[in-house]
Design a protein around this ligand. Structure first.
Ligand SMILES: [Fe+2]
Length: 196
């Protein structure tokens, strides 16, 4: 079970840039709903495992990514705002911004332009991509795209057709069952240990 975070500032602290009325609605009603629904979804998933009934697994995992990502992104959003006194990226972040975007101004321009074209309900994010060792700006439609932001993959199975169709044709389940015989848990353990 997850609990709501406490706002790190009073509800009128962001005035006049972000009104008290907007913040109260956003935090008390919308964000609370994401927390409650994430907990409800976790309970339903727990019941499904207990009863060995995975009839609704696709829907439940979609709900988990939607509500859970709503929780995570809203908490980052609330925390990455603060009372309007000047602050700046620290030396190492500024260095990386300069390397990856050319300058702070260029980063700011890209982030602003990118935010302007986020379609309908969505987010704009500055992210660090460990594999590329690079800062990037990404838009996200809704909250989730079937993931939970900040999660660390441990074990993955490629379910694109190219990964099984040549051998298994439409028998996806045979491919999935076969996979259990060839998992290298030593590698998974290594990933697990690296984050613990
Ligand atoms: Fe929101």
């Amino acid at each position: 079970m997850i609990n709501k975070i406490v706002l790190p500032y009073p509800v009128d602290a962001l005035e006049p840039y972000y009104s008290k009325e907007t913040l109260v609605l956003h935090y008390d009603i919308l964000y609370s709903g994401y927390v409650d629904n994430t907990n409800k979804t976790e309970e339903k998933l727990s019941a499904a495992r207990r009863e060995n009934n995975f009839e609704n697994i696709k829907c439940l995992e979609k709900d988990l990514s939607f509500y859970g990502s709503g929780v995570i992104l809203h908490e980052m959003f609330f925390k990455n705002m603060g009372i309007p006194i000047p602050s700046n990226p620290n030396i190492s972040l500024m260095e990386q911004i300069n390397i990856d975007f050319g300058s702070y101004e260029k980063f700011k321009n890209q982030f602003t332009e990118s935010s302007k074209v986020v379609e309908a309900s969505g987010w704009n994010l500055l992210v660090w991509v460990p594999r590329f060792k690079k800062l990037e700006i990404l838009q996200c439609e809704k909250h989730q795209n079937l993931t939970l932001w900040g999660c660390v993959p441990l074990l993955v199975l490629d379910m694109w057709e190219h990964s099984y169709y040549l051998q298994y044709k439409t028998k996806r389940i045979d491919y999935i069952n076969a996979f259990w015989n060839i998992i290298n848990w030593n590698e998974v353990n290594k990933r697990w240990d690296s984050i613990m």
